[in-house]
Design a protein around this ligand. Sequence first.
Ligand code: NAD
Length: 354
Amino acid sequence: MTILVSGGAGFIGANFVLSWLERHDETIINLDKLTYAGNLDTLKDLRGNNRHVFVHGDIGDREQVSELIARHRPRAVINFAAESHVDRSIHGPGDFIQTNVVGTFNLLEAVRGYWDGLPEDEKSAFRFLHVSTDEVYGTLSKDDAPFNELNRYEPNSPYSASKAASDHLVRAWYHTYGLPVLTTNCSNNYGPYHFPEKLIPLVILNALLGKNLPIYGDGQQIRDWLYVRDHCSAIRRVLQEGKIGETYNVGGWNEKPNLDVVHAICAILDELKPKADGGRYSDQIVFVKDRPGHDRRYAIDAGKLERELGWKPQETFETGIRKTIEWYLANQDWVRNVTSGDYRDWVGKQYEAQ
Ligand code: NAD
């Protein structure tokens, strides 16, 4: 059996591919465009593993995707591919519309063409799982209940609006064409292989380099953090046991203001890698102008996933953040490759070699 993932060279997709291959005998076809966020270095231990087939391509290329699916006949498609960084979406929303909306549309159409032609038993077993975000629900004030699956969609950034649009397309392909879809809306992820433009890896790396630790506004924006491997286990559970057409919120019950997250990282670094000058990493914190339209609070009610499918995260924020920092300290080569031009060069050579 085979499954196809898109975006499997990105942060969550690559963690998913690695964790899937540790547990299953099935082959993974990994379709990724290798944007700046796609990183084959993360998958280098899979070189020579014939259960991982990397394909350089775009979910928006319907012909390529149709041909790929027809050739490998997957029993499931999981869509991780996206432009995912809110700040980038503010400065250049076009790529977000192209990949997250038009790309998802093309992927859905390619999958529908394949699924329509399957024999009945394969057709009913097939699943399309769309990986989405809690940011589609907009923002919460301090006393609001966490988002559940019945909350209205109220996206505030070009990123969240494009993801919201993709979720609606997925829903419509179920109601209109009967495509057996599942959608997961997850809170903020952190963990190994996170591209260092996002808060947690940025803070770890800047701290170690003696640079400023920039905090937007007053740092009181609340996010609900989930260790990436817990997100991967939730996706596996939904893929296996989720009810067709349903959406599932995924979260870690770990609401934290950004400033507390940064202080927690600094405290662990003080312990694991004390500064040579005897100072504290938190002395590097600086407050910078807030991001426009910055949502104040996200919080996820993951109760449905727990009640109906029996899923629970394994990590608390305290255990997950320590693991993450230990991983970054032990994997400075990965970090250097990502942050230097060597990485780009390597990817180019690597791709030519395949
Ligand atoms: P990422 O930016 O790290 O990775 C995205 C991957 O998609 C990259 O490998 C990139 O090369 C690939 N890609 C981009 N455009 C493509 C295209 N047109 N065709 C094929 N591949 C393409 O993102 P991530 O953080 O791993 O997020 C994965 C998914 O999970 C996204 O859909 C995102 O919206 C969602 N999500 C992320 C978070 C989070 O905290 N990171 C939380 C909830 C949901």
